[in-house]
Design a protein around this ligand. Structure first.
Ligand code: NAP
Length: 309
């Protein structure tokens, strides 16, 4: 049992998630995480990965012992503070793999076959003037995955029927039938399409820089479904403007929800508003897993999906 009003909800949730929360919990809401916390005896926080949880907020509520975030990425949490103060944390891995991988597959084909541009071509009647440009086939290409974790592996399985070679990089080589590269540069050189599925961390910060984009090359494509911080956006803009890579599909940005406006005028990008997990089914699963973790915490059981940091 989760005690009534013991959980502070921080940040706004989409309606479908809020409905799940309100079915199972009685929370007090702090919609703006920067504002003063409401009065109450809170022992846990429920938040989501697009809400940066300020350390200052936790410092104002020292009774908090648990933070449940909806999302697999937990770069929104002040991990140092949580660890130093023995505050537990949980995330929602696994339940969003299907939605994120389906989006990634959609981005892959949309990018290579220029599907959004092709639709605009028909809708603006440009077709009557000339045929649409020739695009490129996925089959026969090498798809490199940076971050062969839960999402990376599910994505690789979905790629197998498409007659591609699959390669990956990451801190550890895995028992997988794909080519392993020990560094991102080697993977970029080998890849026609490079997809990012690693966490935001000090190690991955701006990992995709000018040198890596040059290694990917003028025929290469980049897809980012990880986090905006993994890409040096200044270097990516130059690479796209100067056609040093063929194109990019981006679901995540350094500055969300106001991405660098220079991306908007480029014709070799596909942009989506951080919707990797944004399906009704997935958002319900994520919300319920976050609440299951809160229940485990209040029942003094091990958390189902604890963030170990
Ligand atoms: P995961 O299971 O923890 O997998 C992450 C993988 O990244 C691990 O295999 C890890 O390698 C690897 N990795 C760590 N550091 C790396 C580095 N420096 N270079 C390359 N790979 C590195 O996490 P997941 O569930 O697959 O999720 C991955 C990320 O996707 C999340 O952290 C989140 O940021 C992002 N995401 C985005 C959306 C969206 O809406 N666009 C939705 C969900 C998730 P080891 O296995 O060797 O440790």
């Amino acid at each position: 049992m989760i005690p009534v009003n013991s959980v502070l909800q921080v940040g706004q949730f989409p309606e479908i998630m809020q409905m799940e929360i309100d079915k199972r919990l009685s929370t007090i809401k702090l919609l703006d995480p920067q504002s003063k916390p409401p009065e109450g005896s809170f022992t846990a926080i429920l938040t989501r990965s697009n809400t940066q949880l300020p350390q200052g907020l936790l410092e104002q509520i020292p009774t908090i012992r648990m933070v449940a975030t909806c999302g697999v990425g937990y770069d929104n949490l002040p991990l140092g503070y949580l660890k130093a103060n023995g505050v537990k944390a949980s995330n929602t891995p696994g339940v969003l793999n299907d939605a994120v991988c389906e989006l990634a597959i959609g981005m892959l084909f949309s990018l290579l076959r220029r599907i959004p541009e092709a639709q605009a071509f028909v809708k603006t009647a440009a077709w009557a003037q000339s045929p649409f440009k020739i695009t490129t086939t996925l089959a026969g290409k090498c798809v490199g995955i940076a971050g062969m974790g839960r999402i990376g592996q599910d994505f690789a399985k979905r790629l197998e029927p498409f007659k591609v070679q699959i390669a990956y990089t990451g801190p550890s080589k895995k028992e997988l039938p794909y080519n392993y590269y020990s560094d991102i540069k080697g993977l970029a050189q080998a890849s026609d399409v490079l997809i990012l599925a690693c966490p935001a961390s000090p190690e991955t910060d701006k990992m995709i820089n000018a040198e890596i984009l040059a290694s990917l090359g003028a025929q290469g494509y980049l897809i980012n479904i990880a986090r905006g911080s993994v890409v040096d956006e200044g270097a990516l803009l130059v690479a796209l403007q100067q056609k040093k890579i063929a194109g990019a599909a981006l679901d995540v940005f350094e500055n969300e929800p106001n991405p660098n406006p220079q991306f908007l005028s480029l014709d070799n990008v596909l942009l989506t508003p951080h919707i990797g997990s944004a399906t009704a089914e997935t958002r319900q699963l994520m919300t319920n897993l976050a609440i299951d973790n809160l229940e485990a915490f209040y029942n003094q059981q091990p958390l189902l999906t604890e963030v170990k940091n």
